[in-house]
Write a protein that binds this ligand. Structure first.
Ligand code: OAD
Length: 237
């Protein structure tokens, strides 16, 4: 990428593919979560109202599982970029695991929420939560037994969209890593960035649905592509 030296503001968008090599299932494709589970049974407010035990059991299982996983070389490389990049950087993740943070990254925005938070729908407080929710434990703040996973379900608005859009307006380089480009609004960020003049790069196992919007696509496993790209961008900085 010839124009690298002029890059100051970077937005990195990550998806399930960045955590795949840590052993966390992706959503789509062979073996993906949505192949063996129905979204409408587990990831909507209607599903939670209809069968809270089913939904809580599923998220309890996922919350327990991610705590046994470790960040991989892709998370660590992104954290290195975070530590060493002197310009602006925002790591927008669709992932609800905490592997970016455990890999050492700081400038992370969880637009789809976090497995390790519980959200009390009675007092609107979010609490760090590593244990199960199935027994409906009392909220540490108000005592109501009204906590749900702090994960954005289909039909709900992702978090901090104003901040993301404000950052996209200033971005020079937009890099999408390990996401299928199937879920909006995240899938539309590349078009916004590109329309505003940013360079766009995709690092993924296969072409995403919005692949045509990227100036460049590199295909392969995140643990190989991401460290190589971070080396390159830091060398040109
Ligand atoms: P997907 O499961 O839709 O896509 C994962 C992408 O990662 C696919 O394009 C894979 O080819 C790619 N991939 C798999 N393994 C990889 C690897 N080792 N290295 C690089 N790429 C790899 O996951 P997302 O795009 O993150 O939403 O899904 C978006 C949203 O849909 C999720 O945040 C979730 C889901 O329903 C909510 O829960 C609201």
């Amino acid at each position: 990428m010839a124009a690298m030296a002029r890059v100051r503001n970077i937005v990195v968008l990550t998806g399930a593919g960045v955590s795949a090599e840590s052993g966390i299932d992706t959503f789509r494709g062979a073996g993906g979560l949505w192949e063996s589970h129905r979204v409408e049974d587990l990831a909507t407010t209607e599903a939670f109202a209809r069968d809270p035990e089913l939904v809580l059991r599923f998220y309890d299982m996922r919350r327990a599982a991610i705590q046994t996983k470790q960040p991989n070389e892709a998370h660590v490389a992104i954290a290195r970029l975070d530590a060493e990049w002197r310009g602006r950087l925002l790591i927008v993740t669709q992932n609800v695991d905490d592997l970016h943070e455990r890999g050492g990254a700081r400038r992370v925005l969880h637009m789809h929420g976090e497995h390790l938070n519980a959200w009390c729908t009675a007092c609107d407080t979010r609490s760090r939560w590593t244990a199960p929710l199935i027994e409906r434990p009392p909220c540490p703040s108000c005592g109501a037994r009204a906590m749900r996973p702090d994960v954005v379900w289909f039909g709900e608005m992702p978090y901090r969209m104003d901040e993301i859009h404000a950052t996209l307006r200033e971005v020079d380089l937009f890099v999408s890593i390990g996401t299928s480009g199937a879920v909006y609004p995240a899938a539309g960020f590349v078009r916004t960035a590109r329309d505003l003049g940013a360079r766009t790069l995709e690092l993924n196992f296969e072409r995403s649905q919005g692949s045509a919007w990227f100036d460049e696509t590199r295909l392969g496993p995140a643990t190989e592509l991401v460290p190589a790209w971070v080396d390159e961008i830091l060398a040109g900085a």
